[in-house]
Design a protein around this ligand. Sequence first.
Ligand code: COA
Length: 160
Amino acid sequence: MTRIAIYPGSFDPVTRGHEDIIRRSRHFADRVIVAVAVNPGKDPLFTLSERTEFLRVAVGDEAGVEIRAFDGLLAKFAEKVDATLVVRGLRAVSDFEYEFQMALMNRTLYEALETVFLVPDVGLTFLSSSLVKEVARFGGDVGMFVHPTVRAALAEKFAR
Ligand code: COA
């Protein structure tokens, strides 16, 4: 049986923290589908195709990792691609409540779907896409936190 996991998010943009979780997921899943959400609730800095492309550059060469965009319910997308696991990173206790609710809602919507929580590398636990964008917006160096392609794209975006 092939074990398929989904790692969903907005990835606006992908950070080293996300990359770390994707690589860790490969230890227990045969295939990891990184599911890039359209997410109309957030007003993204990068377009869906830019966010997807950054992921391709950052982790697209990893064996067993696929990058897909999705719209609508995660539970429906999971069922469509035969995934039985959702991977989420837990960076701090503050992440827990929301994650707990999402895990239960997703399993209610699609019974076969279990959520697995991974702890990122300790040096990456403070990262978020918003924080990276804020540092880049004000001219700070984000080279430690994102792939060089993302760093260049942020620099270009905020140079305008
Ligand atoms: N390293 C670095 N940053 C991380 C991280 C990690 N390991 N894990 C999470 N983050 C950051 C994200 O970049 C994001 O930052 P931002 O808010 O500054 O953009 C923040 O933490 C929150 O991440 P997350 O909770 O994954 O939010 P998201 O917007 O990236 O993704 C979806 C949320 C897309 C997974 C969720 O809204 C969804 O499933 N939507 C589909 C609709 C649906 O099914 N809804 C019902 C769900 S029950």
